[in-house]
Design a protein. Structure first.
Length: 450
C-alpha cells in the first residue's frame, strides 16, 4: 500500500475494513483489514464517489450483509469495504468521464497519470487480487489454482465503483500478462470473478469477468456514451418514447435495463431491500435478481463449484429463469429496433447526444467547482479558527496524518447531493450548441462503441 502522508498528498490510496462488534476501542464497529486470504470466500465492495470514510464503506457492507444474512450465507464469507482516499492529483470526475469517453478537449491535458491510473486501484490489486495470481515469490500460479482462488472473490459496485472496477480489471489483465498467463488463461481466470453492479459508471460490455449490471434509463447521474444509449435518451427526451424493459446480453453489456424502478431515487442506493410499496414490478424484479446474483456468487465461492452463466446467477427458481429468458429475447428485439432508430435519425441523434454530453459535462464541472470553493472556505476556517469563533474545530481522531484531506472528504460528501441536483438542471449556455461546436475529441470519437 502506498505511503500517503502530509508530504505526499498528491497520490491516492485505499484502506480496507469490515464490520464487527462495537467496543470502547472500536466505537463504530469498524475493523481495518491489512490482508486477505485468497482461499476464503470474500465480497469486496466498491462504493460511489463519496465512499471516502469508514462510515460510508460500512454502510455498503451493511447492505450486502443484510442480503447474505437473509439467505443463510453471511457467516460463510468475508464482507470487505474499500475506502477511497483521493489525493490532490486524482480527479474522480475526469477519471469516470475518461472511462466513458466524455472528456472534453479543454480538459484532456488534465488527464494526469494519477487520474488515469490511480494508486488506490493498485492498492486494491495488491490486497485482493495479486495473491490469487502468483505465490509469495511472485511466480505464476497454475491456471487451475488461480481459477479456484479467483472464484472465491465476488465484487459489488455502485456508481463510481464501476470505474474503479474497470481500472482494476485493466490492471489485472496487464499484471497477468507480465506473470506469463496466455490470453486464453487470462480470460479463463477472469471468468471466475463475479461482479454485481448497480448503476455502474463505466463502459458496459467490455468486462471479461462475469459482470451483471442493473440500470434505470431515468438515472440522471450515469451515462454510457454509446450509440444505443444515445438513441435511448433521444427517444425518451425528444420523442417521449420509453424503452421496453429488457436484458442486453453478452457484448451488449450484460445489463438489465428498465425505464424506471418505481417511486425511489433511480441512482442512489440506501438499501438492497427498498420499500416494496414504492417499487414498480420492474423494480421488484430487478432488486430481487441483483440479490440473487450476490447470493449465488457467494454460494459458488463457498461450494467451490464453477460459476453458472449470468442467467443462472440472477435466478433462484424456474419462474425467474423463464422471466430472464423473456427479457433476453426482448433485448434482442429492442436492440435491433434501436439500431434501426439510430440509422433512420442518425444526424438528429448525434446532435442531441453531443449537446447532452456537453450539457452534462459542464453541469458536473460547475458543481465540482462550486463544491471546491466551499471546501476552500472550510479549510480557511480550520486554519484560522480564532478569527471565526463559530467555526467548529476539526475532530481528526485517527485521521490526524491527513487532516486537510479528511476535511475535504467529509465536505465532499455533504455536497454530493447538491452536485447531483446541479447535474439534473440544464445549463443554459450549452443547451443549443450547434453541431460544429459540439465535436468530441478525436480520442473520444474513435473509441465510441456501437
Amino acid at each position: 500500500m502506498s505511503e500517503n502522508t502530509e508530504q505526499n498528498l498528491e497520490q491516492s490510496y485505499a484502506t480496507f475494513g469490515h464490520r464487527g462488534p462495537k467496543t470502547d476501542e472500536k466505537p463504530h464497529g469498524w475493523y481495518e483489514v491489512k490482508e486477505l486470504n485468497s482461499d476464503e470466500p470474500t465480497v469486496l465492495i466498491f462504493g460511489g464517489q463519496s465512499t471516502t470514510t469508514d462510515r460510508a464503506a460500512s454502510s455498503y457492507c451493511k447492505m450486502v450483509e443484510e442480503v447474505l444474512d437473509k439467505n443463510g450465507c453471511k457467516e460463510d464469507v468475508n464482507v470487505i469495504g474499500v475506502v477511497n482516499h483521493y489525493g490532490d492529483s486524482y480527479d474522480p470526475f475526469l477519471s469516470r468521464s475518461e472511462g466513458v469517453n466524455n472528456v472534453q478537449e479543454c480538459d484532456e491535458d488534465k488527464l494526469n497519470e494519477e487520474t488515469v491510473r490511480p494508486q488506490y486501484v493498485n492498492d486494491i490489486f495488491e490486497l485482493a487480487v495479486k495473491n490469487r495470481l502468483c505465490d509469495e515469490e511472485g511466480q505464476k500460479l497454475d491456471t487451475k489454482d488461480a481459477c479456484r482462488k479467483m472464484r472465491n472473490l465476488n465484487i459489488f459496485v455502485h456508481c463510481h465503483g464501476g470505474s474503479t472496477f474497470a481500472q482494476l480489471e485493466k490492471l489485472t489483465w496487464h499484471k497477468m500478462k507480465e506473470l506469463g498467463y496466455s490470453r486464453e488463461e487470462r480470460t479463463q481466470v477472469l471468468q471466475e470473478l463475479v461482479v454485481v453492479a448497480y448503476a455502474p459508471y463505466t463502459a458496459l460490455g467490455k468486462s471479461k469477468a462475469k459482470m451483471v449490471s442493473f440500470v434505470s434509463d431515468t438515472d440522471k447521474v450515469v451515462t454510457y456514451n454509446n450509440r444505443i444509449e444515445d438513441t435511448i435518451r433521444y427517444n425518451q427526451d425528444v420523442k417521449k418514447d420509453k424503452t421496453t424493459t429488457c436484458f442486453f446480453e453478452g457484448h451488449r453489456g450484460n445489463v438489465f435495463r428498465t425505464n424506471s424502478l418505481g417511486d425511489i431515487d433511480q441512482h442512489e442506493l440506501e438499501t438492497l431491500y427498498p420499500d416494496e410499496s414504492k417499487l414498480n414490478a420492474d423494480g421488484k424484479s430487478f432488486m430481487s435478481m441483483l440479490r440473487n446474483a450476490l447470493v449465488n456468487g457467494v454460494k459458488s465461492s463457498v461450494s467451490g463449484k464453477k460459476r453458472g452463466d449470468i442467467k443462472d446467477m440472477v435466478s433462484n427458481n424456474t419462474l425467474t429463469r423463464n422471466y430472464v429468458e423473456y427479457l433476453s429475447q426482448t433485448g434482442e428485439q429492442v436492440w435491433e429496433k434501436l439500431i434501426g432508430n439510430y440509422h433512420a435519425e442518425q444526424s438528429a441523434i448525434n446532435e442531441y447526444a453531443d449537446n447532452f454530453r456537453k450539457n452534462k459535462y459542464f453541469n458536473e464541472k460547475e458543481a465540482t467547482a462550486e463544491r471546491m470553493e466551499y471546501l476552500k472556505e472550510q479549510e480557511e476556517k480550520r486554519l484560522h479558527p480564532a478569527t471565526m469563533p463559530t467555526a467548529k474545530p476539526l475532530n481528526t481522531g485517527k485521521y490526524r496524518i491527513n487532516e486537510a484531506l479528511y476535511n475535504r472528504f467529509i465536505s465532499s460528501i455533504m455536497n454530493w447531493k447538491h452536485a447531483v441536483h446541479e447535474m439534473k438542471t440544464p445549463h443554459k449556455d450549452y443547451l443549443n450548441l450547434a453541431p460544429k461546436d459540439n465535436k468530441l475529441s478525436k480520442k473520444a470519437s474513435l473509441s465510441r462503441v456501437n
